[in-house]
Design a protein around this ligand. Sequence first.
Ligand SMILES: N[C@@H](CCC(=O)N[C@@H](CS)C(=O)NCC(=O)O)C(=O)O
Length: 214
Amino acid sequence: MSDRVLYGYWRSSAAYRVRIALALKSLAYDGKAIDIRTGAQNGVGFKLLNPQGLVPYLIDGEAGLNQSLAIIEYLDEVYPEPRLLPDEPLARARVRAAALAIACDIHPINNLRVLKYLKEPLGHAQEEIDAWAQHWIETGFAALEEIAEGSKGPYLFGDSVTLADICLVPQMYNARRVRADLTHFPRLVVIDKALNALPEVRAARPEAQPDADV
Ligand SMILES: N[C@@H](CCC(=O)N[C@@H](CS)C(=O)NCC(=O)O)C(=O)O
C-alpha cells in the first residue's frame, strides 16, 4: 500500500488533472473512488477530509491537500522533475493564466452541482443545460485558441507539457461529452491529440480508471 492516496472519480476533470500530473512525475498512488453521481462527496466520511465536498483530494505522506491546481503546484515543488511550471516568472504567470482560464472560468460553471442546480430547483430542460455548458466552453476556448496559435511547439506553451496542458486535456474531454462545437478550435484539437499520444496522459484518461463504468 502506498502512502499516497488520490480520492477522485473517473469522470472528474479536476481529478483527471491530478492523475496526469502524478503520471508525468512517475509518482505511484492508490486510487479511492468517490462516486459523485450518488453524492458520496457529501458523505460525512469524505467531508472530514475535504469540507468542500469536491474531488480530488490527495494524501501525500503526512499532507492532505484539496484543489487540483494547489495539489499540482505542491507536487511540482516537492517532486520537481519534470517541471510543470517554468522557472522564469513571466513564463510561469502565462502558464498559470491559461490554466486558470480553464480551471476558474470554464470548469466551475459546468460542474456537476451547478448543472444539477440548473435542472432542480431552477427547472431548466436538459437541452438548455447542454446549451449552457457548450456556450461557456466555446467562449473560454476562443481565448485559449489564440494562445495555442502562438505556441511554437506541440503543446500550449512550446515543447514542454505544462500545467496549462494538464488543464486542457480534461476540458477537451468534457467538451466532447457535452457535444461542444470544436470546429473553431483546430489548434486546441491538435494539441490535445499530441498530449493524448503521451503514455502518461493516456494512463490518466477516464476510461482507463478502475471505477470507470463504460
Ligand atoms: N476547483 C476544484 C474543483 C473540484 C470539483 O469541482 N470537483 C468536481 C468534479 S470535477 C466535484 O467533486 N463535483 C461534485 C459535485 O459537483 O457535487 C479543483 O480544481 O479541485
